[in-house]
Design a protein around this ligand. Structure first.
Ligand SMILES: Cc1cc2nc3c(=O)[nH]c(=O)nc-3n(C[C@H](O)[C@H](O)[C@H](O)COP(=O)(O)O)c2cc1C
Length: 206
């Protein structure tokens, strides 16, 4: 199973990146997790020709080829970081690779809440008509106190969180298998690819 893990920040030192690295190593027998960065993506500017910049195209191609996606998001001011929202805006405006993609959301925060508010925003964002990701329902993985969460080998040191993540990740693997079966030859895929806010503004049928 091929999974893309998106680091939701351009921060050089990131515990969310550490979390994805841990998952890549710890679940290597179950899935091939490729960690993707968003730091090279320019600021979104609504280009008329709707062409994706190369960094967006590269990320988009990886998403399209993956069976499932994991977003690891920090929490900035009770939401997701602007760089992550920026990357998502490019994907929604240009290539739309997240349509029907199974998604797991995880997050790490230095404080105790573990990005719960950012994660619920991200869930809502990914339901936008141009994104239409299939976010795994009834699931979240919140890693608080993330600065102390990993040892020198990158292993997660909180036993309760190791267990919880095992449970969530195993559920995600099943969710990916299930949704990939359901979305083969999906008749709504093309319609979602054609969605346009201009048509909505003009009152046209969508
Ligand atoms: C601009 C800014 C806003 C932040 N806002 C929050 C917040 O609302 N809630 C929170 O728990 N941490 C907040 N933080 C702290 C951390 O960025 C947060 O714990 C983050 O999830 C850590 O992720 P990272 O280790 O991957 O960078 C903020 C940090 C910055 C720089």
């Amino acid at each position: 199973m091929k999974i893309v893990g998106i680091v939701g920040t351009n921060s050089v030192e990131s515990t969310n990146r550490e979390l994805l690295k841990y998952m890549k190593q710890y679940y290597a027998d179950t899935a091939e997790i490729e960690i993707c960065e968003i730091e090279d993506i320019p600021v979104f500017n609504e280009p008329e020709d709707k062409t994706a910049p190369s960094a967006v195209q590269t990320l988009s191609d990886k998403i399209l080829q993956a069976d499932g996606i994991i977003f690891a998001t920090p929490e900035y001011d009770h939401s997701i970081p602007a760089v992550l929202k920026n990357a998502i805006e490019w994907l929604s405006y240009t290539t739309r690779p997240l349509i029907n993609k199974p998604v797991m959301i995880v997050g790490a925060s230095h404080g105790s809440l573990g990005t719960s508010r950012a994660q619920s925003h991200l869930r809502q964002i990914l339901e936008a008509p141009e994104l239409k990701a299939l976010v795994m329902p009834n699931a979240e993985f919140l890693l608080g106190r993330s600065l102390e969460a990993f040892d020198d080998d990158g292993m997660l040191v909180y036993p309760n969180k190791v267990k919880e993540l095992d449970h969530e990740f195993n559920e995600f693997v099943s969710f990916v298998k299930l949704t990939n079966k359901l979305t083969v030859n999906n008749e709504f895929f093309d319609a979602s690819k054609q969605f346009s806010w201009k048509q909505v503004a003009n009152g046209e049928d969508i």
